[in-house]
Design a protein around this ligand. Structure first.
Ligand code: FAD
Ligand code: NAP
Ligand code: SF4
Length: 681
């Protein structure tokens, strides 16, 4: 116990027999793109060392394959020979020098592999894969088990404190366990006893290879969220057998990758799945780790205090803030840069084959390349606009030692995040605003709210340079009847709270069009901040999650209330709506709107708006949408009216965020651009 802290459970040490972890925080496995390729893993080492300095109790690496067949993609991280042991030494040495502990995840992707060497228990292609796997022969299974054991032994040689055997998220081990991916008729398929033989043999072989004094975590799929997944009784049976086979810790896995249920995205309720781990408490003696959508110390403490688990696992929160644990220990939780579960710079990058980073912390995964140093010469800088771009620049620049004055026309910081935070499922954007508010105090930025600043005033203030972060204005469209009283901009709906009728057409189906639809469907009374229990219940109902754990795979028929509004979402271009949304979240937004009966119309040509409604052609066919309101969400244009007058007065001007380029603007670009400029000046 750690009696002096506000988080006594979270910060209590955990005795594993041969080692003691300093607290109950496990940094969960997450592929970041620094694991792959040849050569020493220096960047990966620096990335983890930074988190070890931040006092994480136990780090788990992203998945490392035990052999080539298990690679996630060609030349993905693998550990099977002595050369690779040497590469991994850079990781373990860096973490140990920083006083941390690190386990390596052994991941065999099976049929999820993105290469033609993919193998699986049976030759059944997954709905999210390109390649049909080859069925492993019995000898092949034996070789694969030996590869797991060899990989664990090599991890031990490389200096890791343990390994995590990845048995969830639908990867190879899961594929053996579930009947719908394992159609074998030999001793590795058929009965449940036969189907769990593979994970148990893997664990026994790993334990035999590494001896008793080495941590083995088993990531167990406790809720498959696929139709023919395990029953809860089978999960309990497996957990007991996993413990017998030599696991020191059991970690929670929720949902296969092919499951059509969101498990970590922003609309998943806070700590939304810890009740699953709790059901396993008392069934096994080894410590249980719970996970998914835990992002702040009070949430983590409550989960542990409620007895849901013995440890909490968080992955993305350590991209957002490497000092998360340290700040909790020191009572500085209001300084935590909180992960808002957007997936935009982490998972979306990985799925696009780019290096992972973080929307709220662009330095993440760039530890060896992007250092922020104190300035040699202090400059007086004026920043206009306290949206994400201006906040990022101002706090970074002031943190380096510049004198910064931040002018904001409205009464609060945050810019468009003040509209985003009103969208159901984006409530946690509040955290980013709170983080910057605190950074403004800590770095000494002089904040001038309700201050629409002019070029004259900026020039007269004597700033050596001015950074324009004035954002965007909604694009105005030209269309007969666009001045009709039933036409509203998204700003009038979200910020000004203008009344909206029961039948709505939305022009423009980008991120904001989708968000406005979500807002209008679930508006007042659906705020998770005011009614967290109601929001949880609605989430489980909408996505058909069986919280009683009586059904196979944890699935049940969804129950959805009738939609509160009739909404039609329109775009001019061909193809599916929302194609430009995030790779890992777009499908959720599309599914969610479909659940509520939103009609999606591509290939629209808008003709006019009048008392009857919106007149348009859809694929060349004339239609009238008899709506009460038309909401325009047709993108934005940069707001940069100060640029010319400032330059004319000889002031050095820099543009960032939406003021620089409005097209394809998002907070990821705004924050990164602000941070990069502040690092360079
Ligand atoms: P802004 O946020 O527009 O900030 C500009 C600021 O400048 C404003 O506060 C304005 O008041 C101030 N200002 C302007 N002129 C002056 C002046 N003369 N003097 C003083 N102050 C001035 N992005 C994502 O990445 N992910 C999302 O999930 C997401 N969801 C969104 C949902 C909604 C509903 C909306 C509206 C936006 C969303 N965005 C999202 C977009 C994101 O909010 C923007 O990309 C981001 O806010 C742009 O940052 P910015 O600092 O460039 O501009
Ligand atoms: P956007 O993504 O550019 O979408 C604008 C929409 O308006 C498109 O559907 C476009 O499609 C349509 N449009 C453009 N010009 C038009 C015109 N003259 N007349 C009629 N329709 C027109 O912009 P946004 O939705 O405003 O979002 C702004 C930024 O915020 C985005 O870049 C996005 O990244 C970010 N954002 C992200 C999220 C997220 O969840 N990640 C959420 C919200 C916002 P057609 O040309 O086909 O009609
Ligand atoms: Fe969290 Fe978004 Fe950062 Fe990913 S990009 S770590 S989801 S805040």
């Amino acid at each position: 116990m750690c009696p002096s802290s506000a988080y006594p459970k979270l910060l209590a040490p955990l005795d594993l027999g041969h080692i003691t972890l300093k607290n109950r925080v496990l940094m969960g496995s997450m592929h970041v793109g620094l694991e792959d390729g040849k050569g020493p893993l220096k960047k990966l080492g620096a990335y983890f060392a930074r988190r070890a300095e931040g006092q994480v109790g136990l780090i788990v690496t992203g998945g490392i394959a035990p052999n080539r067949e298990g690679w996630a993609k060609p030349f993905a991280g693998k550990l099977s020979n002595r050369l690779e042991v040497w590469q991994h030494r850079y990781v373990t040495d860096a973490v140990h020098e920083a006083g941390g502990r690190i386990a390596m995840q052994i991941l065999h992707t099976g049929r999820y592999a993105y290469h033609p060497m993919a193998v699986a228990p049976s030759p059944i292609k997954s709905p999210i894969s390109l390649f049909r796997p080859r069925a492993l022969s019995r000898r092949g299974i034996g070789r694969t088990i030996a590869a797991f054991a060899n990989c664990a032994k090599r991890a031990q040689e490389a200096g890791y404190d343990g390994v995590e055997v990845m048995g969830s998220e639908g990867y190879l081990i899961n594929q053996f366990i579930a009947a719908h991916t394992n159609k074998r008729t030999d001793e590795w398929g058929g009965s449940y006893e036969n189907r769990i033989r593979f994970p148990l043999e893997v664990l026994r072989a790993v334990r035999a290879a590494v001896g008793p004094e080495f941590v083995i975590i088993y990531r167990l799929s406790m809720l498959d969220l696929v139709r023919e997944g395990s029953t809860w009784e089978e999960v309990v049976e497996l957990a007991k057998r996993v413990e017998e086979a030599g696991a020191s810790i059991i970690n929670t896995g929720i949902g296969w990758h092919e499951a059509r249920v969101p498990t970590i995205a922003t609309m998943v309720p806070s700590a939304g799945f810890t009740w699953v781990t709790r059901r396993l408490k008392g069934e096994v003696a080894v410590p249980l780790v719970t996970s998914n959508r835990i992002n702040m110390p009070d949430v983590a403490e409550r989960v542990l205090a409620d007895g849901d688990a013995d440890m909490v696992s968080m992955a993305r929160p350590f991209l957002a803030d490497p000092d998360w644990v340290l700040k909790a220990e020191q009572g500085r939780e209001d300084e935590i840069n909180t992960c808002i579960a957007c997936n935009q710079a982490c998972l979306d990058h990985i799925f696009r084959n780019q290096r992972c980073s973080c929307l709220v912390n662009p330095l993440a995964c760039h530890e060896t390349e992007w250092a922020v140093h104190p300035v040699r010469r202090r400059r007086d800088i004026g920043v206009v606009g306290a949206g994400p771009a201006g906040l990022s620049f101002a706090t970074f620049a002031a943190g380096r030692g510049h004198r910064v004055t931040l002018y904001e026309a409205s009464g609060s910081i945050g810019g468009q995040f003040n509209m985003a935070r009103r969208i159901p499922g984006k409530e946690e954007f509040d955290h980013t605003i709170r983080y910057y508010q605190k950074q403004i105090e800590l770095t000494g930025v002089e904040l001038k709210l309700n201050h629409r600043v002019s070029a004259e005033e900026l020039a007269a203030a004597g700033h050596e340079l001015v950074v324009l972060a004035t954002g965007v204005n909604p694009r105005e469209i030209t269309l007969p009847g666009v001045e009709h009283e039933k036409v509203l901009s998204y700003v009038e709906v979200l910020r000004d709270e203008r009344p909206v009728g029961a039948r709505v057409a939305i022009i423009g189906a980008g991120g904001i069009g989708f968000d406005v639809a979500e807002f209008l469907l679930h508006g007042p009374g659906h705020d998770a901040r005011e009614d967290p229990e109601g929001a949880r219940a609605r989430f489980f109902d909408e996505w058909g999650i069986d919280t009683t754990l009586t059904n196979r795979g944890g699935m049940r028929a969804p129950t959805r209330p009738p939609p509160t509004r009739e909404i039609t979402l329109c775009q001019r271009s061909k193809g599916k709506l929302g194609a430009g949304l995030g790779k890992t979240t777009g499908w959720i937004h599309r599914a969610s709107l479909k659940h509520s009966g939103v009609v999606m119309l591509p290939e629209c040509r808008y003709e006019k708006i009048d008392d009857v409604g919106l007149h348009l052609t859809v694929g060349g066919v004339p239609q009238v949408l008899p709506v009460d309101n038309v909401v325009i969400c047709a993108g934005q244009v940069s707001r940069r009216e100060l640029e010319g007058p400032l330059k004319a007065r000889g002031v050095e001007v820099h543009l960032i965020g939406g003021a620089d380029v409005a097209a394809e603007l998002d907070a990821k670009r705004a924050i990164e651009q602000g941070a990069r400029l502040a690092t360079a000046l």
